[in-house]
Ligand binder design. Structure first.
Ligand code: ZN
Length: 428
C-alpha cells in the first residue's frame, strides 16, 4: 500500500506561477501595466472556470471590495484588459507553459498517484493521437496548416499530436505536453502528423528519461520508420495494424493460421458473447529486406456468430497466454484519449479558443495549452484533492457542478481556494 500525498490547488498554482515568472519579457518595463504572469494567469483562470466573462466580473468585484478572487485565489496583482491579455499571450513563447505538464506529472509521481497506473511489466501506457483544434477558411496565421479543397478553397487549421498516460481501470487521464503539427517559415513542404509524432516521442523522453513506456497508437503509426524511433527512445509499443496497411504481414499471418501455428484462446462471457484472442510472435512487419520482426495479435468479439468487434495490433512485447488479455486491454485503451480527453475538451465546455481569436504568433497554441492545463488540473484535483471530490459529489452532473462554481466565484470574495471550496462543503 502506497501512501498518497495530497496535491493542493495552491501548490499546483504556485508551480504554474514559478514557470510564468521565468518567461522573458521583451517589453519596455517602464511602460507596462500588466505583467506576463498576470496575463497568463488570468487566461488560465478563464480556462479553469471555462468563463469568458471572468475578467469583467472580477473587475467589478475589485471595484466593490477593493480586492478580487483573481488576487486572492490566483495571485493576479493587476487584472489585465482583454486586448492587452491577448497581445501579451500572442507574443509569448510556449515552452515555459509546456514544462508545467512535466512538473505536474512529476508531482503526481512523487505523490505516489501514478502507482496504480502501472501496466504490463511496471511500464506506463501512453496513448498518442492527432487532433485538430482550430479550423477556418478565413482566419489564419503563419503557423497554420493549409488544405486546398477540390473547388480551390483553402482551409486553415491547427493540429497537435496529444499524448496521455492512461490505464484501462482509471477514468482520469494524465495529459503530457503535446507536439504541434506546424508549418515553419521558409519550408515548402507542410508538416505532418507522423513527423510531429516522432518529435513528440523525443520530447516525452527528454522530459521523462527513465520512465518505462508503452506507446499505444493507431494504424498510422505502425510503420517501420516510426517503430525505429520507438526503439531509439527505448519505448515499447502496442500499435493498431490494419490489414490494408500491412498486406504482406497479413498474408504471412493467414499462412501461419492455415498451418496451425497461431496461438488462440477463447472464452464465453455471461452474456453469451465469445471472446477470441489470437497471436503469433515474430512476424515480418513488411516486405523490405531490413524489415522489423514484430509480435502480432488480434481480438474478436462474436455474438450469435456475428462479429461485434475486431481489431489487430503489433507489439514488441513477447506474447503468451499470461499477457494476451492485458495486451488487448492496453491496445483498446486508445479510445480513452478520444473519449476522455478530446471529447471532453471539445464538448464539455473546454472550447474557449473561439472567444479569444487566433492571433498572429502564439495566441492560438498558448490558449490551447492553457485550456489543456486547466483540464489537467481538474483531473489532478479529482485524483488527489479530497475536498474537491466531496464538493463534486454534491452535484449530480459535472455541468451543474461547474455552473455553481462559476456563479459563486463571480459573486463572493474568498480568501483562498480552500475557503472557496468550504463554501460548498463544510466538513462535519
Ligand atoms: Zn494559425
Amino acid at each position: 500500500m502506497h501512501i498518497k500525498k495530497h496535491l493542493s490547488f495552491t501548490a499546483l498554482r504556485e508551480e504554474l506561477s514559478k514557470q510564468l515568472l521565468k518567461m522573458g519579457d521583451k517589453r519596455d518595463q517602464s511602460k507596462i501595466k500588466y505583467s506576463i504572469h498576470d496575463c497568463f494567469m488570468s487566461g488560465f483562470a478563464m480556462m479553469f472556470f471555462q468563463d469568458p466573462s471572468l475578467l469583467s466580473f472580477q473587475e467589478r468585484m475589485k471595484e466593490k471590495y477593493n480586492r478580487s478572487n483573481l488576487e486572492t485565489v490566483f495571485k493576479v496583482k493587476a487584472i489585465p484588459k482583454d486586448s492587452q491579455l491577448r497581445e501579451v499571450i500572442d507574443d509569448s513563447d510556449f515552452d515555459k507553459i509546456e514544462e508545467v505538464f512535466s512538473k505536474y506529472f512529476k508531482a503526481l509521481q512523487r505523490g505516489k498517484h501514478l502507482e496504480s497506473y502501472k501496466f504490463l511489466g511496471g511500464k506506463y501506457l501512453i496513448t498518442i493521437d492527432g487532433s485538430e483544434y482550430f479550423s477556418s477558411e478565413k482566419i489564419n496565421c503563419p503557423g497554420c496548416l493549409r488544405k486546398e479543397s477540390k473547388r480551390g478553397n483553402i482551409r486553415y487549421y491547427h493540429e497537435i499530436v496529444q499524448a496521455a498516460l492512461v490505464h484501462p481501470d482509471h477514468r482520469q487521464v494524465i495529459v503530457l505536453a503535446p507536439e504541434q503539427v506546424r508549418n515553419t517559415d521558409g519550408s515548402e513542404k507542410q508538416d505532418c502528423e507522423i513527423n510531429a509524432g516522432k518529435r513528440l516521442l523525443h520530447k516525452i523522453r527528454r522530459y521523462h528519461p527513465k520512465l518505462g513506456i508503452i506507446i499505444v497508437a493507431d494504424s498510422l503509426y505502425s510503420k517501420q520508420s516510426f517503430i525505429k524511433e520507438l526503439k531509439d527512445e527505448r519505448m515499447s509499443y502496442i500499435l493498431v495494424a490494419k490489414p490494408k496497411d500491412h498486406k504482406l504481414m497479413m498474408e504471412w499471418v493467414s499462412e501461419q493460421k492455415e498451418m496451425g501455428n497461431v496461438s488462440r484462446i477463447e472464452h464465453k462471457d455471461e452474456k453469451g458473447r465469445e471472446h477470441v484472442y489470437e497471436w503469433i510472435n515474430e512476424v515480418p512487419l513488411n516486405g523490405y529486406k531490413d524489415t522489423f520482426w514484430v509480435n502480432y495479435f488480434e481480438y474478436t468479439i462474436l455474438s450469435d456468430n456475428k462479429i461485434n468487434y475486431h481489431n489487430s495490433w503489433v507489439t514488441d512485447i513477447h506474447i503468451d497466454r499470461g499477457n494476451i488479455k492485458q495486451l488487448v486491454r492496453g491496445g483498446r485503451s486508445r479510445w480513452k484519449i478520444e473519449n476522455e480527453t478530446f471529447n471532453t475538451l471539445k464538448n464539455q465546455g473546454y472550447h474557449l479558443e473561439h472567444n479569444f481569436g487566433h492571433g498572429k504568433k502564439n495566441l492560438s497554441i498558448n490558449f490551447f495549452l492553457l485550456n489543456l492545463l486547466a483540464f489537467f488540473m481538474h483531473q489532478i484535483l479529482e485524483l488527489t484533492d479530497i475536498l474537491y471530490k466531496k464538493c463534486r459529489a454534491i452535484f449530480s452532473s459535472r455541468k451543474e457542478y461547474w455552473n455553481n462554481l462559476r456563479t459563486t466565484f463571480r459573486t463572493f470574495l474568498f480568501e483562498s481556494w480552500e475557503d472557496y471550496l468550504r463554501f460548498f462543503y463544510s466538513p462535519p
